[in-house]
Design a protein. Structure first.
Length: 528
């Protein structure tokens, strides 16, 4: 038995963020990770050949750019622990198979010039007003993204006190299509915005996705769109360096069996081999609500029942990693490469929605793809002149026919169809240029992280309004604690503010410090 102040189950980026803050607060912290490497969904590894570095899950870091963890460098990740971000001016591009291109730059003026040329001057002016509205609302929205959420009732009551708040409440309960239809005429511009929103595993016509359509343009034109130099996993490496600098430990190949509960209090973690690690002050767990019973059976039954009813995202992804002999070439020219590259052969919103409808029925649409070569912006990811391909194809977890179990035999067939679609846009994505390929299905994602990516949902759970703010993932668990289990705190993509790379473990650390009487501002205002 080993004694610590805080023990953490799971070394995904959220768990590492929470651990780093608590270690900076002077606590003796231990992070335990089931896999032989840390990072969870934020890891970069040589999956196919030496020297080719692939992002296993997350590829771009957008929402984390508004987090004070980076903006104010609270942990020293940028100034002391080696984290470096690449920020290109061209942040988002939509490319159609007829050669039409819409480019979004970080610079709003440049973007509006593009939209006036490709869409219309009217839509360009509408987009400018739309982004400016989004940027005006950002300070209020961002302030709540990286801190413990308000209780839902208090949040709604607060928002209902002003015209601005009521406007945002309205957005939160509408669909992304409602929003773009209200502001824009051009079908291509609507597709450009909505496809970006659906990268969050959101259907374009699902209630509650309107906020994404409103916030994302404001975010990317304010903070940009980026990836860490060396790969997504460099964020995790920097966090581990910070934890160790502050006196904490990260241990891999350490699979947790259960949270140890004594007298209604979480007092440690037990591994599958029986080894135990005790915690004086608290336990942090990356535990999806669907598996809370497995790890903390002492949780009150009503809490568990509600946790097991949490709604997962409607779809997942079939992800293709490839190594390339030579760097990828777009048919429209590599000056169109952006951090986010959407590849489309549909020209109306109706046609696009018909493809998303297939996902609801358990079918895969090879037309719903995105991705490209990560070496375009970061040549360090592969040997000189070579490429690393990261390709997303939206796909259902519950595949029809055959269900999830049929993914193992069908994932290559699905990937082949997506590859044929990619070849409409890339001139050298040929068999002789592809030197290796690895395909990971929704079931593979679940297998890779069974305590977080339930049903292949790499964003934790669905981002619907009823699973947002203090109700994410449930009203019981939304305050980052587990009722009936004192000292047990939660982190993960299924917690506020949602899936993706947010650095959301900061909110858990703030809540813990508040409960323990630690002044967060003093901790983060001091030297690293």
């Amino acid at each position: 038995m080993s004694q610590y102040d805080i023990v953490v189950m799971g070394a995904g980026h959220n768990g590492l963020v929470a651990a780093a803050y608590m270690a900076k607060a002077g606590k003796k912290v231990l992070v335990l990770e089931r896999k032989p490497h840390y990072g969870g969904g934020v890891s970069t590894r040589e999956l196919l050949h030496p020297g080719f570095w692939h992002d296993e899950h997350s590829n771009l870091h957008i929402m984390i750019q508004g987090n004070p963890m980076l903006r104010e460098d609270e942990l020293g990740l940028l100034s002391k622990f080696g984290l470096e971000y690449i920020y290109p001016d061209l942040i988002h591009v939509s490319i159609w198979d007829d050669g039409t291109v819409i480019r979004s730059y970080k610079d709003l003026d440049k973007t509006c010039e593009e939209l006036a040329r490709v869409c219309s001057p009217k839509d360009a002016d509408a987009y400018r007003r739309f982004v400016e509205m989004s940027q005006t609302a950002l300070p209020m929205l961002v302030s709540g993204l990286y801190s413990p959420p308000f209780p839902m009732g208090a949040f709604v009551a607060m928002m209902d006190q002003s015209d601005e708040g009521r406007f945002l409440l309205d957005l939160m309960q509408r669909t992304a299509l409602d929003i773009v239809d209200a502001y824009f005429d051009s079908e291509l511009l609507k597709l450009h915005i909505v496809r970006m929103v659906t990268e969050n595993l959101q259907m374009p016509d699902e209630l509650g996705t309107g906020m994404g359509a409103f916030v994302m343009p404001g975010i990317v034109h304010t903070y940009g769109c980026s990836m860490p130099k060396g790969g997504s996993g460099q964020l995790s490496h920097a966090l581990v360096r910070a934890i160790e600098h502050f006196g904490g430990e990260v241990r891999c190949n350490a699979e947790v069996k259960r949270v140890i509960v004594s007298g209604g209090k979480a007092t440690g973690l037990e591994l599958v081999d029986g080894e135990t690690f005790m915690a004086r002050d608290g336990v942090i767990g990356a535990i999806h609500p669907h598996v809370l019973r497995k790890f903390v059976a002492e949780t009150p039954e009503p809490v568990l029942a509600r946790a097991e009813r949490v709604t997962q995202s409607t779809f997942s992804i079939n992800l293709t990693h490839m190594t390339l002999k030579e760097r990828l070439k777009l048919k429209v020219g590599n000056d169109c490469n952006a951090m986010m590259t959407e590849l489309m052969d549909f020209y109306t919103v109706r046609d696009m929605c018909l493809e998303y409808d297939k996902l609801r029925r358990g079918e895969v649409s090879e037309r719903l793809i995105a991705g490209g070569d990560n070496t375009i912006f970061d040549p360090s990811r592969a040997p000189e002149g070579a490429g690393v391909f990261y390709g997303v194809n939206f796909a259902p977890y519950d595949l029809y026919p055959g269900g999830p179990a049929s993914w193992e035999e069908r994932k290559m067939e699905v990937a082949d169809k997506a590859l044929a679609q990619y070849r409409k846009f890339y001139s050298n994505l040929t068999d002789d240029n592809i030197t290796g390929r690895l395909v990971r299905s929704p079931v593979d994602h679940e297998r890779d992280s069974p305590a977080s990516f339930v049903r292949g949902d790499i964003h934790g759970c669905a981002p619907f309004f009823y699973q947002s703010a203090g109700h994410r993932p449930t009203p019981d668990l939304g305050n980052l604690r587990v009722p009936g289990i004192e000292g047990l705190y939660l982190v993960g993509p299924f917690m506020h503010p949602g899936g993706g790379v947010f650095g959301a473990g900061r909110a858990t650390a703030i809540q813990m410090m508040d409960d323990m009487g630690i002044d967060y501002d003093k901790v983060c205002g001091g030297p690293v």
